[in-house]
Design a protein around this ligand. Structure first.
Ligand code: SF4
Ligand code: SF4
Ligand code: FES
Length: 505
């Protein structure tokens, strides 16, 4: 352990560790472009300069090892002048198009200029113009003139995806980022370069010009695209006279589960929260009053009782699955979590998993039957099958079932006339809940965006039937979920702050 003094304040740091990491870990604002915790140092931008007592010239913090007794200055007229000069160099050819740049509001260059720049331009020669709106492929747009050549994007494709699509071409101030001739940026994680890019050079074709970022409200959730369960930020906004819209998913740093990244499939899966939503209830193919359909579904469950099969989805949260099991016990019905949503071509050795559901582990750990054979056995002599949270109608069609069918889903589907009753439910970003990922990490998705469209939360619907006042996750846990052996003394408040791993036999 080393004791160093930064701007007159003592901090403890690991001897030999990289200075910038210790400064950032202690919330000390240190401008940087090329350093990124997932990519390491490159030393090309020189923005992270600090003064170190005993050294003649300022040093870059991303390439300085910590040693005991160091005295460092990150502020003050001298070091600010150095930073200002570097910034001036970075900005020589940078267009001043901030008002129309999609990065405005989350641009490091803008922020640093406001922190230590604030100089008047001394440039009286024309700027060196580079290409705008270059389509790199994979939903990524490049504005070459905004690039500060930090090479984060190049190092991402070199060191993380190892796909090597990007490089720096040409010399001096004519240098620019490009794909190699005849190739496009194309790998399942390509859109991470948009988050890595500290300026507005790489932007998302999908998101650009849809919203100014300062209007967006971020919520924290778990991606439901596969069993990895990556941590994400959900950015949404409600404009005047409109419904709340989810505009994008971004990775949220989670050391254990997904690090700094998510895959493009998961990133773009936010669209299902807005598009193709089931907006009405249906009874025998006819649009129905929402409240009436809820009542009718409740009556159907009470009428069929033990003749019911609850066919639940591994997309549901642990709390919902636990309560559905309770319902099955109460009415002596069968419950099954069989779901064929696997894609061997989807999984890889980085984040993506072939199991494209986020919570199959919860179904297994709650000892709910989930094989096709179980389903074929359980459906015998049943008169009512209720699909809950599922997106597939094929499963029941393939089962050759001719009794009554109910569907609770968030997604619109063609054959709404086939089930006897269809009820819209709140989608993933509207319901908080716990998910257990492929490696046994128990994680809480706290996002609960309120939408105008008519839909019911599964926990609220179950409370109508179970009639025990349990509607929130906290109450589900205290009603008995917390005593499940696999949770091993984990509490809801613990997983609200971090993912916790459980042993899975
Ligand atoms: S495009 Fe962005 S990430 Fe890539 S080198 Fe330029 S500034 Fe850095
Ligand atoms: S790897 Fe899976 S959980 Fe992670 S972002 Fe992609 S689809 Fe979502
Ligand atoms: S962050 Fe240190 S030189 Fe770029």
């Amino acid at each position: 352990m080393a004791t160093i003094t930064v701007d007159g304040k003592e901090i403890y740091a690991k001897d030999g560790s990289v200075l910038i990491e210790e400064l950032l870990a202690n919330d000390i604002n240190i401008p940087h472009f090329c350093y990124h915790p997932a990519l390491g140092k490159d030393g090309n931008c020189r923005m992270c300069m600090v003064e170190i007592e005993g050294k003649k010239r300022p040093q870059i913090a991303c390439d300085t090892p910590v040693s005991d007794g160091m005295i460092i200055r990150t502020k003050g007229e001298n070091i600010n002048r150095v930073k200002r000069q570097i910034l001036e160099l970075e900005l020589i050819n940078h267009p001043i198009d901030c008002p129309i740049c999609d990065q405005a509001g989350e641009c490091s260059l803008q922020n640093y200029y406001m922190d230590v720049g604030l100089y008047d331009s001394r440039l009286d020669t024309p700027k060196n113009k580079k290409r705008k709106h270059t389509d790199l492929g994979a939903n990524v747009m490049l504005d070459q003139d905004r690039c500060v050549l930090c090479t984060r994007c190049v190092r991402f494709t070199k060191n993380i995806t190892k796909t090597h699509e990007l490089g720096v071409v040409v010399r001096n101030d004519h240098s620019y980022i490009s794909t190699f001739p005849g190739t496009k940026l194309s790998n399942p994680y390509a859109m991470n370069v948009i988050d890595l890019c500290p300026v507005g050079a790489l932007t998302s074709k999908d998101f650009r010009f849809k919203q100014r970022v300062w209007f967006l409200k971020p919520e924290v959730a778990i991606c439901d695209g596969c069993s990895r369960g990556c941590s994400i930020n959900v950015d949404h906004n409600r404009e005047k006279y409109k419904d709340d819209i989810v505009y994008r998913y971004r990775p949220k740093y989670n050391k254990e589960v997904n690090g700094y990244f998510i895959c493009d499939y998961g990133r773009l899966s936010y669209k299902k929260e807005n598009d193709n939503r089931l907006k009405n209830a249906y009874i025998r193919g006819m649009e129905s009053e929402f409240e009436y359909a809820i009542l009718k579904l409740e009556r159907l469950l009470k009428r069929y009782n033990s003749k019911t099969l609850l066919l639940i989805s591994p997309n549901l949260s642990l709390e919902e699955i636990y309560r559905l099991k309770k319902l099955a016990q109460k009415i002596d019905a069968q419950i099954n979590g069989f779901d064929e949503n696997f894609d061997e071509n989807f999984g890889d050795d980085f984040l993506r998993k072939s199991d494209k559901t986020p919570n199959r582990k919860s179904i297994e750990l709650l000892n709910i039957k989930n094989t096709k054979e179980d389903l074929q056995e359980q459906i015998k002599n049943k008169e009512f099958v209720l699909f809950i949270g599922r997106e597939d109608m094929q499963t029941v069609e393939n089962l050759d079932f001719d009794g009554s069918i109910g569907v609770m889903t968030y997604k619109d589907f063609k054959e709404k006339n086939k089930p006897d009753i269809v009820v819209p439910i709140v989608s993933h970003t509207g319901r908080a809940g716990t998910f257990i990922n492929c490696d046994g990490f128990v994680q809480f998705s706290s996002c609960e965006i309120k939408r105008d469209m008519q839909s019911v939360k599964i926990l609220d619907f179950l409370e109508i039937i179970l009639n025990d006042g349990v509607t929130e996750c906290e109450k589900v846990w205290s009603s008995g979920l917390n005593k499940e052996e696999f949770l091993n003394s984990i509490s809801l408040s613990m997983i609200k702050s971090k993912s916790i791993k459980i042993e899975i036999k």
